[in-house]
Design a protein. Structure first.
Length: 64
């Protein structure tokens, strides 16, 4: 009985150590993050985005 308890506790401690050793995935692991160039003097408040057929990104702003 005592041996079984020791084995159980040891297993739990080992698995706990492995789970803390793994790094949590970040947003960059799932999505490509790109910062588009913004002209000077423009306050960019994005209201919509789409990819054009030629691969360029079109951004619609809230301010016009």
């Amino acid at each position: 009985m005592k041996k079984q308890v020791i084995c159980t506790i040891t297993s739990l401690l080992l698995s706990l150590g492995v789970s803390f050793a793994q790094e949590s995935p970040s947003e960059e692991d799932f999505y490509k993050i790109v910062t588009p160039p913004v002209p000077e003097g423009i306050l960019l408040e994005v209201g919509g985005m789409t990819t054009l057929p030629d691969g360029r990104l079109a951004i619609g702003t809230r301010r016009g």
